[in-house]
Design a protein around this ligand. Structure first.
Ligand code: TMP
Ligand code: ASP
Length: 252
């Protein structure tokens, strides 16, 4: 086993020291939480699916020149990533209104937005990850103006990539959240897409039926979460060779 000491345990993942300096082993748990962990459950197989799906998206991003922290998948639940300093922001990109934006602005879920809208939340569980503006980010020094330009560029490139990949398998990318890390290379630093990209951090709706294939299935009690995630994996051709059902039965 390549992993060393535990560094951090979050709601869905555990980070361990990696085999070489500058590397981290990211372990995907089966724990699902929503509403800042007010709702929790353990969903058998979720970690395995998210490990695979995040590998798939991060690898695809690297292939089109978007830098990520991903190095390689180690096993069913673990991947090796570059260690980076996480910028304390949740970067959200929305193509269609849903979730907190629909609530906040009274826009019906599913309404197409005139253009992708990027939002920032300050990563602090004790505050419930509040929405912030670039003014807060600059004033409190969470990121520089150069970082913000780079973050916006990365977020929009991830949006184009993910929207296209999803569209190709009959899924609408409603919105998603990414986290950005700083990697130091000598005197230089660059920003990379970090954390994970999975149905935990996206809203994915079937193009034809509108069926939800993301964590809203858990948040809103809409049926089996692993069936939904397995369906995404199956369509993308990354279905792991496990006991996850080959013909998922989805409940809307
Ligand atoms: P929201 O509509 O609840 O603000 O969520 C926007 C997107 O961000 C949605 O795709 C789900 C994702 N998200 C996370 O990944 N983590 C979170 O803690 C929250 C609140 C949302
Ligand atoms: N990830 C957050 C939590 O655990 C919120 C969410 O995804 O809905 O509570």
């Amino acid at each position: 086993m390549a992993r060393g000491k535990k560094i951090y345990e979050g709601k869905a993942k555990i980070l361990f020291e990696g085999p070489e300096p500058g590397t981290i082993v990211q372990y995907f748990k089966d724990d699902a939480t929503a509403f800042n962990a007010e709702k929790k459950d353990v969903i058998d197989g979720k970690g395995v699916l998210n490990n695979r799906l995040s590998e798939y998206f991060m690898t695809g991003l690297a292939q089109i020149g978007v830098p990520t922290h991903f190095l390689k998948r180690l096993n069913m639940r673990e991947q090796l990533v570059r260690s980076c300093e996480i910028i304390p922001l949740e970067v959200i990109v929305r193509n269609f209104a849903a979730g907190s934006m629909s609530k906040r602005l009274g826009i019906e879920e599913g309404t197409q937005l005139p253009r992708p809208i990027v939002e920032y939340c300050y990563k602090d569980d004790s505050l419930g990850d509040p929405l912030v503006t670039e003014e807060h980010i600059a004033a409190f020094g969470w990121a520089t103006q150069q970082d913000m330009d780079d973050i916006l560029g990365l977020a929009l490139r991830v949006n184009d990539y993910l929207s296209g990949v999803m569209y190709g398998v009959g899924i609408k990318l409603v919105d998603f959240k990414i986290e950005i890390g700083r990697v130091y290379e000598g005197d230089f630093q660059r920003l990379v897409v970090a954390d994970e990209i999975s149905p935990d951090s996206c809203r994915l709706w079937d193009l034809e039926t509108g069926q939800k294939l993301d964590k809203d299935v858990f948040r809103r009690d809409l049926g089996s979460l692993t069936d939904a995630y397995a369906e995404v994996a199956r369509r993308l051709g990354v279905m792991p060779k496990t006991s996850t059902p080959t013909k998922p039965t989805l409940v809307n």
